[in-house]
Design a protein around this ligand. Structure first.
Ligand SMILES: Cc1ncc(C[n+]2csc(CCOP(=O)(O)OP(=O)(O)O)c2C)c(N)n1
Length: 341
């Protein structure tokens, strides 16, 4: 790792790897915080699932934290986010409170979907988070619609959404990109290539070299990056957002990662070769970044311990509060379904 000692305005030394992307030491620490928060939050969801408290499935993005955090970190507050089931980090970076996320997963009556859903299918219009639509690919045309509205209103807001390697094969993906490219919509699509679509490995899914090669067919910008490198993900998303704001249309970013758990908590992923998992463990996105932060003196053991204590206190307080909230009352079952006279 090479560091050029560069002074920034606050007289702190900024490692050249951060400086070249106009990131500060605080930015780096925040990205680390959000990756750690994401993993700890998802660990607690798995615990609640095993305790029988989660109403739906429990999907985690272990291995994907650099992609979800780095990409959303590149957004402005006025941009729109359409996350998928591995993107808890993006929810958190966009400002979603852990309490809201627990209420949602626990299907409590005062959650964002008022107990109608037990995972991440919610919208929070204030934070500009929309989604997730479970039917793979179906969210991209909706994201297109928001991107078109933003363009028509001359808002300069961009729309960031995600799809898996498996999801990138459905028809909606193609139709949405065909439309987004000709209309030059301010859309950023991250293909999270995490090696498996449920139990289907990559070689049974596509025959091209990179999934970003598909961008050529739409005449748009496409790039493949290491999805375990939070700074790289941030940088490519930021560049895509800058292009989108300048009216240059959509970008496909293929972010290569590994799904380090089963498809969801019920799946032991026995079909994933252990050697493959062991290889990817060496590229754990949080550990990789942590090493850099230690090297740059942004983090040390004491600071790390405090940060994890803070995160775990925040999460256990929020989880306890959410667990004690009631489920929706049966009498409310048709609320939001039929128009009231
Ligand atoms: C159109 C459609 N087909 C099937 C499913 C069921 N399903 C949900 S997630 C999933 C695997 C998705 O794999 P991928 O897109 O690679 O994303 P990953 O889960 O690996 O992140 C499947 C088959 C679905 N939700 N929608």
């Amino acid at each position: 790792m090479s560091i050029t000692e560069v002074k920034n305005n606050s007289t702190e030394t900024v490692p050249s790897e951060l400086e070249q992307y106009k990131l500060t030491r605080d930015d780096a620490e925040r990205m680390y915080y959000f990756m750690a928060l994401t993993r700890e939050f998802e660990n607690s969801i798995l615990k609640l699932y095993r305790q029988g408290k989660i109403v739906g499935g429990a999907y985690t993005g272990r291995g994907n934290e650099a992609t979800s955090v780095g990409s959303c970190y590149a957004l402005d507050t006025t941009d729109y986010l359409f996350p998928m089931h591995r993107d808890m980090g993006a929810h958190l970076v966009k400002g979603q409170a852990p309490l809201q996320l627990y209420l949602q997963h626990l299907a409590r009556g005062n959650g964002l979907t008022r107990g109608r859903d037990g995972t991440g299918h919610y919208a929070d219009t204030e934070l500009r988070i929309y989604g997730n639509i479970s039917h793979l690919g179906a969210m991209i045309p909706v994201a297109n619609g928001v991107a078109l509205a933003s363009k028509n209103r001359k808002e300069k807001s961009v729309v960031l959404t995600y799809i898996g390697d498996g999801g990138s094969n459905v028809g909606d993906f193609h139709e949405a990109l065909a439309m987004a490219s000709v209309m030059k919509l301010p859309l950023i699509l991250i293909i999270e290539n995490n090696q498996f679509a449920y139990s289907t490995p990559l070689h049974k899914q596509y025959a091209c070299e990179n999934l970003s090669d598909r961008a050529v067919g739409y005449g748009i910008h496409g790039v493949t990056i290491d999805g375990t490198d939070v700074i790289k993900v941030y940088d490519e998303t930021k560049k895509a957002a800058d292009r989108a704001r300048a009216g240059e249309g959509p970008t496909i970013i293929e972010s290569v990662t590994m799904r380090m758990h089963g498809h969801s908590a019920h799946d032991d992923a026995s079909y994933v070769p252990e050697e493959l998992l062991n290889e990817w463990k060496k590229r754990d996105p949080i550990e990789r970044f942590e090493k850099k932060l230690f090297h740059w003196n942004i983090l040390d053991e004491e600071k790390k311990e405090k940060l994890y204590e803070e995160i775990n206190r925040l999460l256990s307080d929020a989880a306890e509060e959410a667990v004690n909230e009631p489920y929706p009352h049966g009498s409310e079952v048709t609320d939001g379904v039929y128009a009231k006279e």
